[in-house]
Design a protein around this ligand. Sequence first.
Ligand code: ZN
Length: 398
Amino acid sequence: MHSATHSKPLLLLQGAQVFAPGPLGTQDLLIGGGRILGLGPGLEVPRGLVEVVDARGLLAVPGFIDGHVHLQGAGGEGGFHTRTPELMLGEALAAGVTSVVGCLGTDHLTRSLAGLLAKARALEAEGLSTWILTGAYAVPPPTLTGSVEQDLLLIDKVIGVGEVAISDPRSTQPTLEALARVAAEALRGGLLAGKAGVVNLHLGDGKVGLDPLFHLLDTTDLPPRLFWPTHINRNPRLFEQGLAYARKGGVVDFTTSTVPAFLEAGEVACAVGLKRMLEAGIAPEQITFTSDGQGSLPAFDGQGCRCGLAVGRMASLHEALRASVREQGVPLEVALQVVTTTPASVLRLPGKGRLAEGFDADLLLLAPDSLEIHTVVARGRRMVSEGRALAKGTYELG
Ligand code: ZN
């Protein structure tokens, strides 16, 4: 039955309520050659050429973009046995993610940019759209070719640098000058390569918070849009600094992977934080959600004692979107922006993040009230149907 799916060159989704992410009402979507070929009411296509899917009663939205995932695994901060596993395709599909950006973290020695690049290529071969950040926590950043600028220029998949750690005991305690140099290289490489050249800053719970970033903006000509600080919701003080940074024109990134103990200790839940930022007048064009998938998290027992480690899940991205809409009352078309159009713009991903003619056919069909994922289409290929995976990663069995 599934081979029939691939025997016809076109796919027609009929009668979905389209959120592009703006609401467009009931429309048909015609897909072929990996692109959206048509978007409109009552599209007519010769029957022999097209696989028709009845999408009435479902919402069609752009596939999610997850801009910060440890594709190759991460962790290792409690010894070698605490290194986290690699991402499997199924975890991205279950989260509705069709575009993903990989990065390294604390460990760039037993993990490598070459390995990350290979993993990104593997996931691309399995059907996702993938990119990577060069560098890691460390400053000066590890690179593939000898410099951040050259990585951006010479390696197609490299679109920025990160996650560069500040305000964290696990950072390399970079000076402002060293940070400015990394950012300048990213800016120059991005300009010359026609890429975002974004600097993804990892913020820890340390004393200085976003102060180094504010200082760079005050004392250099580096623009706020160059930086993309993440984990901005990890404590209330950082959240307030994130608000101030957004007021200066910057884009802030919330991390959706969490554990209950973090939320009890003051972490701002993504859905709550999104609502608060919007109420404070920050535009959805300045807010993104990413999962930090495959990063390590502490696990706690019932008494609140650290009893082990857990792994960040990409599924948390979808859960945070649902909570934003269903629990915080953020309109769907607004909440969608933080996982579609805004990351596409920050990361400068052409053809991504929007349902429109000529754009890549990355889309989801969602149940209207629960927002559960019914169908995933990535680059025109149906990967999930009726909540069931049609595509499996190479080593995903069963
Ligand atoms: Zn981080």
